[in-house]
Design a binder for this molecule. Structure first.
Ligand code: G3P
Ligand code: MG
Length: 256
């Protein structure tokens, strides 16, 4: 699986943040299945490296919050991380819901016809950011189906995105920012970014206009209030990343 389709899915109106993460344990296969059932076509999810540099699907550096387990992901091999219970803390009905690898996540997305916004988390050091980028690219090259448009890769770690733009320029990139930094235009241009992914709260209509004028799409996180979602779309935002895909899809249905 080395020649995945270079055709691109247009950004959807909504992306399910960590899956249907209000209803299921975040970043779990159950959350991805539920998001698909609710009608989401795109899922944003987080990946980070194990000690043996295997990308696993998880937001935090440890399993403390989601698994009541102090294990640090980057300090243990994937065999000790993948499959850990990330369900019981959310609700006992999800007991034994396993933490998935990126490979398993890709397999489920292929089965369900889902598209991915793969957010790379990393330790903030240039070497770590590059290692993360290389490992995720390798996993995509090996496991992403040939006949499916490639996923979008996003990160707060500009060094990660820069490395990806060097080694797999066919991937679309989303440059994640809490607030637009002064040098955002230079940073986005240097990685040939496809989109900017700002935190929605401080974002202004002028900023959205300016991003779009530079030719980038805008995907905002994390919006669970439907009135705010409508306001953002009115400002020219292209895609809303949300924990509540069914609620958003229902509210935004008139705009599709
Ligand atoms: O990709 C958007 C959003 O997920 C970024 O923040 O902390 O939820 O990963 P976080
Ligand atoms: Mg994320």
């Amino acid at each position: 699986m080395t020649n995945a389709s270079t055709e691109h899915d247009p950004l959807p109106l909504i992306q399910a943040h960590r899956g249907a993460s209000k209803d299921c344990p975040e970043n779990s296969l159950a959350a991805f299945r539920e998001a698909a059932r609710q009608g989401a076509r795109w899922i944003e999810f987080d990946v980070r490296l194990s000690a043996d540099e295997i990308p696993v699907t998880c937001h935090d550096a440890s399993l403390e919050r989601t698994g009541n387990n102090p294990v640090i992901i980057r300090e243990h091999p994937a065999t000790a991380i993948v499959g850990q219970d990330i369900g019981h803390v959310f609700d006992h009905s999800f007991r034994n819901e396993p933490l998935p690898s990126l490979q398993e996540t890709i397999r489920l997305f292929a089965e369900l016809g889902l598209q991915g916004n793969i957010e790379i988390k990393s330790i903030s050091s240039p070497a770590e950011e590059e290692l993360s980028a290389i490992a995720v690219c390798e996993c995509i090259r090996t496991h992403w189906p040939d006949d499916k448009p490639l996923p979008l890769i996003s990160s707060f770690h500009w060094g990660c995105l820069k490395k990806i733009s060097d080694i797999m320029p066919e991937l679309r990139l989303g440059y994640l920012v809490e607030e637009l930094p002064d040098d955002w235009k230079e940073k986005a241009a240097a990685i040939n970014s496809y989109a900017i992914h700002p935190w929605h709260e401080p974002l202004t209509a002028d900023q959205v206009r300016s991003i779009r004028e530079e030719g980038y799409k805008v995907a905002v996180y994390t919006v669970n209030d439907t009135a705010r979602a409508h306001a953002l779309l009115d400002m020219g935002v292209d895609s809303i990343i949300t924990d509540v895909p069914a609620v958003m899809l229902e509210s935004l249905s008139s705009r599709t």
